[in-house]
Design a protein around this ligand. Structure first.
Ligand code: TRP
Length: 387
């Protein structure tokens, strides 16, 4: 069984930080507490951690004060139980993991149009605070923030929480905003405006385009990323999704797929037939028209009985890529006091990222579970008979 270490009880904030944050038992208090404890695991200092926790609750807006006893503020697509916050840890060989938090500004309340406006306001507030330009986002406003937007989200924002108190910022936009039938046109036009006129043609065939994401702020090489969804994906098909020059080789993606998705009871390879596999294609230059980054995401939560199994798979992947799984187990203990075996979905995705000029990274997405824990999957009759 996966052994997660002891941490201070969930809901208890270090006394020095508690004063400025929403009370325990509220959405903001709960997620800020998780963030503070995760920062400690990731080796961030107390002052940075406190600053980041305040940024999180500020960006959530009034819903941060909402008691957890009330339902989630919106039907947010950000996580399965509609918590508008999700954490992730990205592991690179021999390095401390980097901690990120994904959030829906304003908690997604009031519908897509209003949520889009609070999203833009929140990103612009971050930009003023850390003095970075938002011109790349401003140039896309008409495409992604029409008067009557459609689709599953308006704007999400992710912060990479670096030491020093200044995060790297990523913004996720909804390609269906101007209409599901216009997704292709919208993404092609956005890529053209961002200086990547050939990028759209370089994308692999897919079932849907889920997000267009922009790096804003202090990045060495800011990326524009396009996320594609692939239904009924097999390991072999996943191996063929990258359009990046110079690898990763298909065999590496296939091996990652097999470890992350596991095997079926009959010993055959899993096919991602419950929730699609996602690929992310990152564009940084326009000389070749090809992406310089490729990330493959397995929605592991739909292919395990419980999070103990998801953590075993994550640990195997981390060891394979030269990272220490101990930090992941500490991170899990920082987010929840439940046993991994008692639910599914705490580990939402496992991803493998290849970006030109950098070593490969394994990213583990950790749910906040502020509202609900999905019970472990029921064993099939055949498997039950064996036990
Ligand atoms: N909840 C959505 C999904 O499962 C969106 C999402 C949240 C997501 N975090 C993610 C997608 C991380 C990819 C990677 O698809």
């Amino acid at each position: 069984m996966i052994d997660v270490r002891h941490r201070p009880p969930i809901g208890v904030l270090p006394a020095t930080h508690a004063a400025a944050l929403p009370a325990a038992g509220t959405l903001g208090g709960h997620t800020a507490g998780q963030l503070l404890r995760l920062c400690e695991v990731a080796g961030l200092g107390g002052a940075d951690a406190a600053g980041y926790a305040r940024v999180l609750t500020t960006a959530l807006g009034p819903v941060a004060l909402r008691p957890l006893a009330q339902p989630a503020p919106s039907r947010s697509f950000l996580s399965d139980d509609h918590t508008p916050v999700e954490f992730s840890l990205s592991f690179e060989q021999g390095q401390a993991p980097s901690l990120r938090v994904l959030l829906e500004p304003g908690g997604g309340v009031g519908g897509l149009a209003r949520s889009g406006r609070s999203g833009l306001r929140a990103v612009r507030a971050l930009a003023r605070r850390w003095n970075f330009p938002t011109d790349r986002l401003d140039d896309l406003e008409d495409l992604f923030f029409p008067l009557s937007p459609q689709g599953p989200l308006a704007l999400w924002c992710a912060l990479e929480l670096r030491p020093g108190g200044v995060p790297r910022v990523k913004v996720y936009l909804n390609p269906a905003a101007s209409g599901t039938e216009r997704v292709g046109t919208t993404v092609r036009e956005a890529l053209r405006r961002l200086g990547h006129p050939q990028a759209f043609a370089a994308l692999p065939e897919s079932d849907r385009i889920l997000f267009l994401a922009l790096d804003l702020g202090d990045w060495d090489v800011p990326r524009v990323k396009v996320y594609t969804a692939h239904d009924n994906l097999s390991a072999a098909a996943a191996g063929g999704l990258s359009r990046k020059e110079d690898g990763p080789p298909p065999t590496e993606i296939e091996a990652f797929f097999r470890t992350a998705a596991g095997r079926q009871e009959n010993g055959q390879d899993t096919v991602l037939d419950r929730r699609p596999g996602l690929a992310c294609h990152a564009f940084t230059e326009s000389a070749t028209g090809l992406p310089t980054g490729f990330t493959f995401h397995v929605p592991v939560r739909d292919y395990v009985r419980h999070d103990g199994e998801a953590l075993e798979r994550a640990s195997a992947l981390l060891r394979h890529y030269g990272a220490d799984p101990a930090r992941l187990l500490d991170s899990v203990a920082a987010v929840t006091s439940r046993r991994p075996e008692d639910g599914t979905g705490l580990i939402a995705y496992l991803a493998l990222a290849h970006q030109a000029g950098r070593p490969p990274r394994v990213t583990v997405y950790i749910s906040s579970e502020a509202y609900r824990v999905r019970p472990p999957a029921v064993l099939s009759p055949r498997a039950e008979a064996v036990h």
